[in-house]
Write a protein that binds this ligand. Structure first.
Ligand SMILES: Nc1ncnc2c1ncn2[C@@H]1O[C@H](COP(=O)(O)OP(=O)(O)OP(=O)(O)O)[C@@H](O)[C@H]1O
Length: 292
């Protein structure tokens, strides 16, 4: 935790409304309030269509709210330029997704090194060493040169986690991190994410359908039809919310753009490398040059 910082992420009465072409405005998030501090463990459970990805995009500074307050480290997101938000995201927020989205044809080490191409100073110059250390920490120090298709699902997710966390993010956003894994592997992957977050003092927000994964957190929320509610007793996390649908906003506030500059798929596609983008080029073409 950095001195004086008590709140890392703050959402206050946040609404996100989109205006699909030829359709009425659609309010996807409605009055969402959430505070995340360094070291927090927060889970958000919600059915498909409840607005989880939309909320994740806001928390990850990929989108701005239509109304309400979104602050990162005390700074209103809307007052930060797009480029500065990209830098902030790259250096301070790590994403872990269900799809590992490792670059095929690149070794584990090259995949983990990728976000560090966008770092500065020591992090940049020591990128291969840092990536190797991170892979060591996730138990894959012996697989640095392995291609993704030679790794098991659990190992691929470990590489993806190493890639997400190699820049030492203060906020980790995990979106269905175990969705593609069997129960045991999922459990150990969650333990790994917890362990890294604990070691670095990062806050961890896990978005999931799975109540068992959600119960690992200390603070629990349910997202239902765009409304976020705190769940005081983890035993109440049954995933029993009714199928959700965004509400048609008859008298919605002025709609924001429907075409967010970045979508989760774009991060996964490497247009914005998970774990960081401050550089201009696509992450699929790492900067040539050796570590020093
Ligand atoms: N830009 C957009 N234009 C129109 N509708 C949208 C837009 N973005 C999201 N929606 C709709 O808003 C609702 C919530 O979407 P969102 O992707 O946030 O849900 P989710 O909880 O992440 O769903 P899932 O778990 O299936 O990924 C869905 O009905 C979705 O179709």
């Amino acid at each position: 935790m950095r001195f004086g910082v008590v709140t890392l992420l703050r959402l206050e009465d946040v609404t996100r409304t989109v205006l699909p072409p030829d359709q009425p405005a659609l309010t996807i998030l409605n009055g969402v309030s959430l505070t995340v501090s360094p070291g927090d463990r927060v889970s958000i459970v919600g059915r498909s269509g409840s607005g989880k990805s939309t909320l994740l995009n806001l928390m990850g500074l990929l989108d701005l709210p239509t109304s309400g307050v979104l602050e990162f480290d005390g700074r209103p997101a809307k007052s930060i330029s797009g480029a500065a938000r990209d830098r902030m995201r790259g250096a301070r927020i790590g994403f872990v997704f269900q799809q590992f989205n490792l670059l095929p044809g690149r070794t584990a080490l090259e995949n983990v090194t990728m976000p560090l191409h966008y770092a500065e100073g020591r992090q940049f110059w020591r990128r291969r060493t840092l990536a190797a250390e991170m892979l060591e920490q996730v138990g894959l120090g012996h697989r640095l040169d392995s291609m993704p298709d030679r790794l098991s699902g659990g190992e691929q997710q470990r590489v993806a986690i190493a890639r997400s966390l190699v820049r030492g993010p203060e906020l980790i956003l995990a979106d269905e991190p175990t969705g593609a894994l069997d129960l045991d592997t999922g459990q150990s992957v969650m333990e790994l994410i917890d362990e890294v977050a604990t070691r670095t003092g990062a806050a961890l927000v896990t978005i999931t359908h799975d109540p068992a994964i959600a119960r690992r957190a200390h603070d629990h929320y349910r997202l239902d039809r765009g409304v976020l509610t705190r769940v005081d007793d983890p035993a109440d996390l049954h995933g029993d919310a009714p199928p959700a649908a965004a509400t048609i906003a008859g008298d919605a506030p002025p709609a924001c753009d429907t075409t967010s500059p970045y979508r989760t798929g774009e991060i996964l596609a490497g247009k914005i490398p998970a774990g960081g983008s401050t550089g201009p080029g696509p992450s699929t073409s790492p900067t040539p040059g050796a570590d020093s």
